[in-house]
Design a protein around this ligand. Sequence first.
Ligand SMILES: Nc1ncnc2c1ncn2[C@@H]1O[C@H](COP(=O)(O)OP(=O)(O)OP(=O)(O)O)[C@@H](O)[C@H]1O
Ligand SMILES: [Mg+2]
Length: 253
Amino acid sequence: MKGGAALSVDELFVQFGDRRVLKGVNADFEPGKVTAMLGPTGCGKTTLLRCLNRLHDNRPGFQFDGRILLDGDDIYRRSSDVRELRRRVGMLFQRPNPFPQSIGENVSLGARVHGLWARQDVAGRTEAVLRDVGLWEAVSDRLKSTPFMLSGGQQQLLCLARALAVEPDVLLLDEPTSSLDPRSTARIEELISQLKERMTVVFVTHNVQQAARCADQILFMLEGEVVEFVDKDQFFANPGDARSRAYVEGRPV
Ligand SMILES: Nc1ncnc2c1ncn2[C@@H]1O[C@H](COP(=O)(O)OP(=O)(O)OP(=O)(O)O)[C@@H](O)[C@H]1O
Ligand SMILES: [Mg+2]
């Protein structure tokens, strides 16, 4: 059986103050599938992604209407456990943001806090996760050092290792390779394709070729609305909306 959780967005409206940013978004993200979110700058991709693990909760002026269901449970209901939600729904941001702890602690801290790793297993599990993302060889002799001396690509892989250590059901990635070189980009793309066996994956990209390479489905947004959410092959070969074709071909939408 495939890993991952079903994530459903149901009539989601979001405003910041009087600026309407999401205008009735519906989307079903399925386990075992990778979805790429495409759309011009400012259309609401990051806002939607951040809603999926409640990262706007304390933002002044944030107004929200609609429902987001994780395996059928409303993540915004009052009794929902936000800490557990953020374990189940991991996130990788555009810029790597390691914690100011050591490289090893960046990987293990979350898993320890959530009680997932016993003390005697920490070293072995840390190594396994770092091997998983292809970073072990580069950092095995400096696990106690600061992560800030790593390259940007290595820091991003470390943040991915940190996200994977807590065994999320869903992984959200917001333009995860936009500041990376081609080699690190290829590594992240390869991981995205492998991880779908274990989790539901949603990533944002401005790189149409990257979406074509990595995604099973494409969610195309314009001005806070979903224009299309279809299989990749259909999106590229036979988009249902002229604006999708214009976007793919790099013409004004
Ligand atoms: N915290 C906030 N307060 C006020 N407005 C916001 C906030 N966050 C986002 N917005 C506005 O919401 C709109 C959508 O922003 P969002 O960051 O979701 O776009 P995006 O599709 O991710 O764009 P990009 O491709 O440039 O990253 C923008 O007009 C932005 O200014
Ligand atoms: Mg964004």
